[in-house]
Write a protein of this length. Sequence first.
Length: 574
Amino acid sequence: MIRALSVAGGVLLSLGCARAKPASPVSHAPRSELPSDDGMRWLGVDVARARALGAGPPTVLAAGAGASGDNLGGRMRLPADACALFLARGSRAIEDLDLFVYGDDGAVLGEDETSTSTPGAVVCPPHPEYVYAFGRVAAGHGIFAVSAQIASPAQIERVERAIGTASENREREVAEGDWPGLDAEVARHHEKIGAGLREVRRIAVPLDPRVPARVTAEVEAHSCTDMLVVPADDVAYVDVAALDDRGRVIGRTPSDEEIPALLVCSEERTTVSFELRPRAGRGLSAVVLSTTKDPVSPGTVVLRLPSSTRPLAEAEAALSDALARTGYAPASFTERGDAVVGRSASLDLDLPEGCSRVDVIAGAPASGVDAWLWSSGGALSAHDTGGEQATLFPCIAHRARLDLEALEHAGPFAVEVRSLSLPSRPFSAHPLAASRLLGRFFEASRLSAPKDLGIPRTLSLSPDTLASDDVLVPPAHCLDVGLGLGPGAEGAEVRLLGEGGNQELARARGTHSAFTSTCALERSTPLRVRLEARVAVGTTTGLLGLRLRDEPPSAASLSAAPAPSAPVERAPAR
């Protein structure tokens, strides 16, 4: 590995920006809520300081009273080209406040869990359309409030420093000589690709297993953008995913790459985001971005962003081919129609026994699909939003109603239904949790077919209790963990703890589902992992899905490694 020397700063994580829009407060315990204006009593000084430096007027997302462990917050719809400052402030009797910001796609956008009563977080592009901000009382009791203010990317750094929320997690260029050995790594990589790569940027990125970092790049029409990641010695095995402009994962690096890289090409000018998360260690990583229009060397893996103007017949054929390669049978039901912006089209479906896959495919010029599936009794069974396609995993039989609409442009659509080979329980007993769990695994590109997941575990979840279990991860394997919530709760959280239950290996949060993973690479004995799950608001039954992935050892040979299809083994009680 290559060691970084004096690199100032880092990269701002995928943090979002705000057109402040009030949202209903959400808390995990009943309390007397205050009018939002009353929150300014606690927020006023720092809000005024931020406004003086260019931040916009404040929106109080929530205000109320709480004791240790209580939280409250709200949701905002954010524009794509600004930054937002989030603050949590309270009365003197609150000794320690925490602040969390995350998107409805489950990504952690920012957090402040330091021992302070004045936490803050900054969110800048790229980010989801909707962002949730929650304040939590860590110690003490009293009244507290959570606010948001818009600021431009050019203003946000001085606003952040004036409020005291500034950190080193901000994008900085890597100066010549700051990273010994980096030039040699870049030269070797460019020679391997063989496409006349032109370097456009070098930045230093602070990496933490708990929070993914994102780097955004432009891909010009008929061009490719390459990202090379060179970690420092204190960071091990960086997982890198490429996401399109709608947040969909289009590809990942192999999990055993010590110096990962991705090459993304597009026929249209678009934006791509690279999400980075180390499996172990915290520290800096150099990220080198390059572009090319030349052909690449044979054998080079290229990720191609799909065109947004594909005809419906072509989109249907592409999906059918892709699903057939992973073992899906042909669609048992197909219906076509026209989607309109601002008005839902409804379609009655007769679903087979067990679980199904329902794909809603948009054809040019349609763009953006919002699909909701309801049982015959009016219960929500599945929901998804996508660009060209929305995919639902209902686990209900017989009659259901599908509501769909185009989000950006009207046009034709097709609905296809395929049966899944899954055990009926517990999927059918908890259909909404099942659909969210399956959707999260497929969104993370960690299942080629649903049968690979196995039978999930049923958990009773609430804000005041931790549902936990112990499992063993064999050597040279990785464990993927997904959580889907049933009705009545929000704020899914999954934590993976290492030996002794004190070391946090990974953590993930999401509105209705969460996904994370950990690995036992370079080990000769199984890794004992403690799983903990909870929700921030409400009570519900959730489904916890576990899947082992076989990973090749990168050092000495590890004998007698379990097969990739080996079931997840519960760790014996201590």
